[in-house]
Design a protein around this ligand. Structure first.
Ligand code: CA
Length: 698
C-alpha cells in the first residue's frame, strides 16, 4: 500500500465472553474445510535449493505459544446499524475478519482517543472485537529509529509496538497477523530496502539474521501473551525482499522466516504477500517461483485496493489459480476504501474526489461498507479463501487545527506516514516527502475517533442487514441543446443506491422558471441549475450550442455556399471526401502544391442579414508548408475588420482561428474566411480546412 500523495500511484473480531480461559484454548483454525492437503507442504530441507541448515537456533528454547480460550465467532447479529449490508452466504465461521491497526500506539501517544458505538471512550481493540473483528494485522520493522532514537514515523512500528498491540488484542480475543517487512521502514512493490544492520551481510548471513530476528520477535510476542495466528514473511514482495532481487535469494529469506515461525509458533500459518493482482500472469509467476524454491508457506496473500487493482472477478481468478495449483490458502491481507473525499489532517490523501482511479462505489460510509463487503464476499467464495484484512482502519487525524500543530505530533510520535528523521535511511522518498496520514479518509473511525457504521460490516456480513435501500449519491444531469431550442429539465436523475445499484429518482430543480430557461436558450454557454432529490444535492448542466449562421459549415455539401479562390498556383484546391482527414463529418477543403511559393488562396462565404455582435472560427491542419501566412478574417462591407493568425504543425494537429465579438450594423454585408499562403519546404505543402462557425457573440 502506498501511504502518501505522490507522483506514482504504484504504490490496506464477538466480544470475548470471559477471559478466564485465555491461555487454555487453541489458536489453530477450527475448521479444516479450506485447508490444503497436508502433503502439499514441501519438506523444509528438500533439494539443493533449500536454505542452508548451518544456522544454530538461538540457545533458549521457544516460549510456548499462548492460545485463545474462547471461540471468536460472533454469535449474535449487531442491531441498530443504519447501513444496507448484503449477507455473504456460506461464510465459514472461522473466516478471518482482520483490521491492520499498526498505527494505534503512535496515534494514542499523539493524543488520539477512540470511542465505542455508545460514544464512550474505550480500548480500540475492544471496539474492533465487538464489531466482528477477530484478527489484527500489525507491521514490524527491524529498527525504524535514527541513531539519536528519533522515529521514522508510520507508527514507528518496531517489535515493541507489536507486543503492546498483541497484548491488548489477546485481552479481547483477537489474534495477531504479524507482518514482517524485513526493512527498517516501509516495504512495498516500490522498495524493499535492507535493514541498516544487515546491509553488509551476504545472503547466507542475511538469512541467518532474518531467522534469528523472526525467532526472537515471535518468542517475545509469545512471552507477552499475544496470540500469533499468522505471520507474513515479507510485505508486498513483488520480486524483491530485504534488498534482494533474485528469486533464489528472496525465497531463501522467506524460508528462513518461515522456519522460525514453524519453531516458535507451530500453530500459526505462514503467509507470503504480494500486490498488483491486476498484472496479467504476475501471481502465477510468483507462485511458480515459490514452488520452484520450495518455500514453506500456507497462505498466498494479496493486497487489493479497488482503485488500482483490477476487478474482484480477476482477483478471484488469479488467487484461485494459485490455490488450485499449489494447494494453498489465499486471502486479501490489505484492502480499504474512502468513506469521504475530504482530508482531515492537512496532509493530502491518496484518494480524493477527483482522483483518476476506478471508482466502483461512492466515497461514503455506505460505499466503504459495500466495498469491504464485496471483497469479503469474493474471498469467501474463492478456492481456499480464508479471510480479509482491512488496511489501517484506525489511522485517523491526530486532531490538530492546523498542519503545523499536527506536524509536531507526526515528528515527535511518528503518527504521520514518515518523519523528517527518516531521511538518513530513505533520503529519496520518505526523507523528502514526509508528512501526515494520506489515508485518514479510508479509516473505519471518523476524525474524532468514533467508529463508523461500516466497521460493523465484519459482523453484519454474516447475517445481512436489511436497511432501507436509499440513494447515497446522485449523478449530475448533462445535456446539450442548440440555441433557440426549448430547454426542458429532466424529472429524474440517476442515483447510486445504498445497495450499489443505480436507479432513477425524482428530482426537484431550484429557483428556475420557464422564462429563465427561454432566456438561457438564446445564449450560448454552459449553465448549472441546482436541485436535490431528498436531501442529496445534484446539478443539471445545460450546454447551449450557438446557432451556426453559415451555410454548409463542415463542407459536407461540397463547396456549396463557399468561394475557393486560387490566388497563385495552388496545384490542388478542392473539397475532398475523406473522413479520416476531416475534423468532423466526411469532407473538408484540401490543398497541396509541389512547387515552392505556389500556395496562396482564400476560402470564404458571404452572409447577409446580420445585425449585432458575432464571432467566427475556422480550423486548419497541414504540413511541409515552410514559412506561412495563414489567418481567419472577417470583412464588413468589403473592409477587413478583424483577423486571427493560425499555424500548421503536422497531421492531426488542428488549429482553430477565432475572431470574437465583431460588430455588424443592419444592412451590412459580411464575408468570413481563411487566407493561406505557404512558401513550402520542397516536399509539397499540404493542408486541410474544416468546420467554420459564425454565431452571435455571448
Ligand atoms: Ca490526510
Amino acid at each position: 500500500m502506498k501511504r502518501k500523495m505522490k507522483k506514482h500511484l504504484s504504490l490496506f473480531l464477538a466480544l470475548l465472553l470471559g477471559l478466564t480461559g485465555l491461555l487454555g484454548g487453541c489458536a489453530r483454525e477450527t475448521t479444516e474445510t479450506s485447508a490444503p492437503p497436508e502433503t502439499s507442504l514441501p519438506p523444509t530441507t528438500a533439494g539443493t535449493t533449500a536454505p542452508p541448515e548451518t544456522t544454530v537456533p538461538p540457545t533458549e528454547p521457544p516460549v510456548p505459544q499462548p492460545k485463545l480460550g474462547e471461540s471468536l465467532v460472533p454469535t449474535e447479529k449487531l442491531e441498530g446499524n443504519p447501513l444496507y449490508v448484503k449477507q455473504v452466504e456460506y461464510l465459514p465461521e472461522d473466516f478471518i475478519m482482520g483490521v491492520d491497526a499498526s498505527s494505534v500506539i503512535a496515534e494514542e501517544e499523539s493524543g488520539v482517543k477512540y470511542y465505542n458505538f455508545a460514544g464512550e471512550e474505550q480500548d480500540v481493540f475492544a471496539t474492533l472485537a465487538e464489531s466482528g473483528v477477530n484478527y489484527v494485522r500489525v507491521r514490524v520493522w527491524n529498527n525504524p529509529y535514527d541513531a539519536q532514537g528519533n522515529g521514522y514515523g508510520g507508527g514507528n512500528n518496531d517489535i515493541e509496538k507489536a507486543i503492546l498491540i498483541g497484548q491488548r488484542c489477546a485481552a479481547v480475543g483477537i489474534k495477531l497477523l504479524v507482518d514482517f517487512h524485513y526493512s527498517d521502514f516501509w516495504a512495498d512493490p516500490g522498495k524493499q530496502m535492507v535493514p541498516l544492520e544487515w546491509k553488509d551481510l551476504d545472503i547466507d548471513a542475511k538469512a541467518d539474521a532474518l531467522y534469528r530476528f523472526t525467532w526472537d520477535c515471535l518468542n517475545r510476542l509469545n512471552a507477552a501473551g499475544a496470540v500469533v495466528g499468522m505471520v507474513q514473511v515479507g510485505n508486498e514482495t513483488n520480486g524483491a525482499l530485504c534488498g534482494e532481487t533474485t528469486w533464489a535469494n528472496i525465497t531463501q529469506l522467506m524460508n528462513a522466516g518461515s522456519r522460525a515461525v514453524r519453531e516458535v509458533c507451530p500453530d500459526a500459518m505462514v503467509a507470503v504477500h504480494f500486490a498488483n493482482p491486476e498484472r496479467a500472469g504476475a501471481y502465477d509467476s510468483y507462485a511458480l517461483e515459490l514452488d520452484r524454491y520450495h518455500v514453506d508457506y500456507d497462505v498466498f496473500a494479496s493486497s487489493y485496493y479497488p482503485y488500482w487493482h483490477g476487478t474482484l472477478e480477476n482477483l478471484s481468478v488469479v488467487l484461485s489459480s494459485v490455490a488450485d495449483t499449489y494447494h494453498k490458502k489465499v486471502m486479501v491481507a490489505e484492502t480499504s476504501y474512502a468513506y469521504t473525499p475530504e482530508d482531515t489532517d492537512f496532509n493530502g490523501n491518496t484518494i480524493g474526489e477527483d482522483s483518476a482511479v476506478t471508482k466502483n462505489y461512492p466515497y461514503t460510509v455506505q460505499g466503504q461498507a459495500n466495498s469491504l463487503r464485496d471483497v469479503i464476499d469474493a474471498v469467501a467464495h474463492m478456492r481456499n479463501g480464508i479471510g480479509v484484512a482491512y488496511w489501517e482502519g484506525t489511522w485517523i487525524t491526530v486532531g490538530g487545527a492546523s498542519r503545523a500543530e499536527n506536524e509536531k505530533k507526526w515528528e515527535q510520535f511518528g503518527s504521520g506516514w514518515a518523519s523528517s528523521y527518516s531521511t538518513g535511511y530513505d533520503p529519496d522518498d520518505a526523507g523528502k516527502y514526509y508528512g501526515g496520514c494520506a489515508v485518514d479518509n479510508q479509516a473505519l473511525f471518523d476524525a474524532t475517533g468514533h467508529p463508523l457504521p461500516s466497521l460493523q460490516v465484519f459482523n453484519l456480513v454474516r447475517y445481512g442487514n436489511e436497511a432501507e435501500i436509499v440513494p447515497q449519491e446522485l449523478e449530475d444531469a448533462r445535456f446539450t441543446v442548440n440555441a433557440g431550442e426549448e430547454i426542458s429539465l429532466p424529472e429524474t436523475v440517476n442515483a447510486w443506491m445504498s445497495d450499489n445499484s443505480r436507479q432513477e429518482v425524482a428530482v426537484e430543480w431550484y429557483n428556475i422558471t420557464d422564462e429563465d430557461l427561454a432566456q438561457m436558450s438564446q445564449r450560448s454557454g454552459t449553465f448549472e441549475i441546482c436541485g436535490a432529490a431528498g436531501e442529496l444535492p445534484v446539478s443539471c448542466f445545460v450546454t447551449v450550442k450557438p446557432a451556426n449562421l453559415l451555410q454548409n459549415d463542415s463542407f459536407e455539401d461540397g463547396d456549396a455556399g463557399w468561394v475557393l479562390t486560387n490566388l497563385k498556383a495552388t496545384k490542388e484546391l478542392y473539397v475532398e471526401d475523406k473522413a479520416g482527414d476531416s475534423l468532423t463529418g466526411n469532407k473538408h477543403v484540401h490543398f497541396w502544391s509541389q512547387a515552392a511559393n505556389s500556395v496562396e488562396f482564400t476560402v470564404e462565404q458571404t452572409v447577409e442579414g446580420l445585425a449585432g455582435s458575432y464571432s467566427f472560427s475556422i480550423a486548419i491542419m497541414g504540413g511541409d508548408c515552410g514559412e506561412t501566412d495563414i489567418y481567419a478574417y472577417v470583412k464588413v462591407d468589403g473592409e477587413t475588420v478583424a483577423t486571427a493568425p493560425m499555424t500548421v504543425s503536422g497531421y492531426g494537429s488542428w488549429d482553430t482561428g477565432l475572431i470574437e465579438g465583431f460588430q455588424v450594423q443592419e444592412g451590412q454585408t459580411v464575408i468570413v474566411g481563411i487566407y493561406v499562403r505557404c512558401a513550402g519546404e520542397g516536399a509539397g505543402a499540404w493542408g486541410k480546412i474544416d468546420d467554420a462557425m459564425l454565431f452571435p457573440a455571448g
